[in-house]
Design a protein around this ligand. Structure first.
Ligand SMILES: Nc1ncnc2c1ncn2[C@@H]1O[C@H](COP(=O)(O)OP(=O)(O)OP(=O)(O)O)[C@@H](O)[C@H]1O
Ligand SMILES: [Mg+2]
Length: 354
């Protein structure tokens, strides 16, 4: 690969961009992390349409949580996102940021607090890469030198050499590079909320996996509140703290953790998303704490901790030839036992058990 890893290497551990660099000012403690986002019965009927594009959607996204939206084309994912930052006004319903209705915030204030990575990158073709990334800082009237420094910092962050790319036009970049510039632009003012509409859609599978890994590493440090739209269910499983599976009009079919969705899909549609290899997927995503434990029978070897994945528990069984493992808490208290049958049931998803 010709680019250096982005996000992962460019930020020091435990510090947001704002904390690290004096060049772009300090943000309050709440800005450094995410904010809680609540959609309260939002509906959108586009002018001239009879059917709503989005109907009565309610959900809460916790501060610092990364929520993936997955759903069929045209189900209203982009519309829902654009209502969060008021690019589209809802026909009815409210959106709250830390309890504050976004309808009461002035749009400049709102855009400062919400980074938006638009579907199909949406770079302004008549602006250079540097000008594209500097859009929000310019809106915030940062001094020119501070914008310049921030642009270079962000280009490095997304793995693009500033000297090489800052003065190019978007058309002179590959699709994947343009998407990274889109992410840099959304991060420019270090917003606590990021709305990302299929941000890695235009990249080949390898690049995409790398972007995902590095984005996850960044997210672990920065802890933003992220809404991430994807068509790729594997991407949702990998990135999402929770996944909202949406149907027509953004109706919420299921909103839960990857582990719960894999083990207890709400309906046939969710099941179809999981598709083949479901058991293998569950193995790596479920932890021992997701399964019912058997009472202690005096068994001590092998042992696993309760936060191990089922894959690790299975590895322990395979390694030792035992059909049973002892389960310990983090502070080494014996909690119970897990046997092979319980483990197989958990990955084969027996509805209603445990
Ligand atoms: N400006 C508009 N005027 C009228 N209808 C619109 C408008 N924008 C979108 N729609 C309709 O609203 C519905 C939801 O569109 P939206 O773009 O939110 O879907 P999406 O879930 O993001 O789809 P995709 O996965 O293809 O990006 C679609 O039926 C679309 O045709
Ligand atoms: Mg869309």
């Amino acid at each position: 690969m010709h680019f250096s890893p982005w996000f992962a290497t460019s930020l020091p551990r435990g510090g947001s961009v704002a904390e690290r660099s004096p060049s772009h000012g300090l943000l309050s403690a709440t800005e450094r992390h995410g904010v809680r986002l609540e959609l309260d019965g939002i509906t959108k009927v586009y002018p001239g349409q009879e059917e709503p594009a989005v109907e009565s959607v309610s959900m809460a996204i916790e501060s610092g949580e990364l929520v993936c939206f997955v759903g069929p084309s045209g189900c209203g994912k982009t519309t829902t996102m654009k209502m969060i930052n008021r690019l589209i006004e809802p026909t009815s319903g409210n959106i709250l940021m830390d309890g504050e209705p976004v309808s009461l915030l002035n749009p400049h204030e709102l855009r400062r607090r919400i980074g938006y990575v638009i579907q199909q990158t949406g770079l302004f073709p008549h602006m250079t890469i540097a000008q594209n990334i500097g859009v929000v800082p310019r809106m915030l009237r940062w001094p020119r030198r501070r914008i310049h420094a921030r642009v270079d910092e962000l280009l490095a962050l997304v793995g693009l050499d500033p000297g090489r790319y800052r003065d190019r036009w978007p058309a002179q970049l590959s699709g994947g590079q343009q998407q990274r510039v889109g992410v840099a632009r959304a991060l420019a003012a270090d917003p606590p909320i990021m709305l990302m509409d299929e941000p890695f859609g235009a990249t080949d599978p390898l690049t995409r996996e790398r972007l995902q890994d590095e984005f996850l590493a960044m997210q672990r440090r920065l802890g933003k509140t992220v809404v991430f739209v994807t068509h790729d269910f594997d991407e949702a499983l990998k990135l999402g703290d929770r996944i909202a599976v949406l149907g027509d009009r953004s109706r919420i079919i299921q909103f839960d953790t990857p582990g719960q969705i894999l083990t207890r899909p709400a309906d046939a549609y969710v099941e179809s998303l999981i598709g083949r290899h479901a058991g293998i997927r569950r193995l790596g995503l479920l932890t021992v704490s997701d399964t019912p434990l058997l009472p202690v029978s005096g068994f001590l070897e092998p042992s696993v901790t309760v936060d191990c994945t089922l894959r690790e528990a299975l590895d322990a069984m395979v390694r030792t030839g035992s059909r049973r493992v002892a389960v310990m808490s983090a502070n080494e208290v014996l909690l119970g036992e897990l046997d092979f049958d319980t483990l197989s049931k958990a990955i084969m998803r027996e509805r209603g058990d445990g």
